[in-house]
Design a protein around this ligand. Structure first.
Ligand SMILES: N[C@@H](CCC(=O)N[C@@H](CS)C(=O)NCC(=O)O)C(=O)O
Length: 249
């Protein structure tokens, strides 16, 4: 598997200290039996967008466990994921009440709304407006490009490698442009979410991990790149980040 976007890894992850861990996805109970488990159940994989939700769940002090699953990971949990989310995308989250939540931005809004004391959605209405705007910007304009760079064959009727690679490269350029527009429109004050870090910092720091975005930003928006490194080092972020992207030795 080429290391391009988020479809890169199969190492088990997600070992919060907040709840017992069941092991990997194939050993997990069925999706149906988890419905009233009293904890969040997160479908995800190392190096993927499920890191966004892990950070937020820990930030909110919510018990959860991770089911190792992804559309590209051929294990038993893959079918569970399909049942919950026919798009087969991660993160997919089952709430303690048994509801299914998909879309990382919506999950951040859910957790921030349920736990206002965490400040995930900012300290006041004006700040929240900008955080919600930023979350939708990243989901609509950046995360969506990752799907194209990972799966260019879905976005062209051409079947030859050169045509698919052309689609991938166009999406990659567009992704990098969208990040520069984001960096220019969402100033750090000193965090993307305002005086304190919050949901927009979490979304930006993870979605910028893929498809050459960080090297591009380092060259073209160095202060924004430095901000992302500061977000990575936050105590609310660093542990999950290191699990998903272990520091190279
Ligand atoms: N709109 C979704 C996108 C999620 C997404 O694209 N996840 C990737 C992993 S980082 C995925 O599961 N891709 C598999 C596929 O599309 O088959 C979100 O914002 O959460």
């Amino acid at each position: 598997m080429p290391k391009l976007g988020c479809m890169t890894a199969a190492t088990p992850i997600g070992f919060p200290t907040l709840s017992p861990q069941p092991g990997n996805g194939s050993a997990n109970p069925s999706a149906a039996s988890q419905a009233a488990s009293g904890e969040y159940v997160l479908y995800g994989l190392q190096g993927s967008g499920s890191a966004i939700v892990e950070i937020a769940l820990q930030w909110c002090g919510q018990p959860y466990r991770v089911v190792q699953a992804a559309s590209w990971e051929a294990n038993a949990a893959r079918e569970e994921l399909r049942q919950l989310n026919p798009l087969m995308q991660i993160p997919t989250l089952r709430t303690p009440q048994g509801a299914v939540l998909t879309e990382s931005a919506a999950i951040l809004m859910h957790l921030g709304g349920r736990h206002p004391d965490t400040g995930l959605l900012g300290a006041d209405d004006a700040q929240r407006d900008q955080i919600l705007r930023g979350l939708v910007f990243v989901a609509a304009n950046c995360y969506s490009c990752i799907s194209i760079t990972d799966y260019p064959e879905r976005y062209t009727t051409q079947t030859d490698d050169a045509s698919r690679e052309a689609v991938r490269q166009a999406a990659r350029q567009r992704l990098h442009l969208h990040w520069t527009l984001f960096a220019d429109q969402f100033p750090a004050r000193p965090w993307l979410s305002g005086a304190q870090p919050g949901a927009l910092d979490v979304m930006a720091v993870i979605v910028s991990k893929w498809s050459g975005t960080r090297p591009y930003l380092e060259a073209h928006r160095p202060s924004f790149f430095a901000l992302l490194k500061r977000i990575e080092a936050l105590p609310q972020v660093a542990g999950v980040h290191a699990q998903h992207w272990p520091p190279s030795v």
